[in-house]
Design a protein. Sequence first.
Length: 174
Amino acid sequence: MTATDEQGLAGMSKHVIEVARFINRSPESVYTLLTDHPRLDQFQELSDSVLLRPGQASAHGKGAERRVTIWMFGRLPVRFTEDITLAEEPCEFHYLVSKAHIMLGRLPLWSGVKHHGGEVKVLVENGGCQVHWKSTIEIVVPLVGAWLGEKMRVEGERVFLSVLNQVDQHLLPT
């Protein structure tokens, strides 16, 4: 895990959420599970997952739009709408969050999150695969943006690693 903090305009800063984990499964099975948008809610931290628009070449490929709700800090629902911007099965996909809202019941509230892109790379390694997951965010809230961004980075790493651990537990050995 690495953390990068880059200064942005007006004192705002970018925070890089980055994790890597070896999974003793085939890259194809890992990629399939991570891109099965309507079924992402099977993971503990996700409470809602919907494929809003299928991709161009395949339902889960480039051009797909998905909406996921993640439980941040164990009890704060944050709803993301993501566009898949690159899909190279079974090795890599990129996404960009176009909307991020903190949910108060059914009411979406502005979250102050600006997304600069995310990517998941699945690389063949030692009979399994190494998964690298990276996402860059910026919290555009004056005065507390950098502090809140660091909290979100740490929580994002926890969520990403938890999902990858669950992927390893859900799949049968190769």
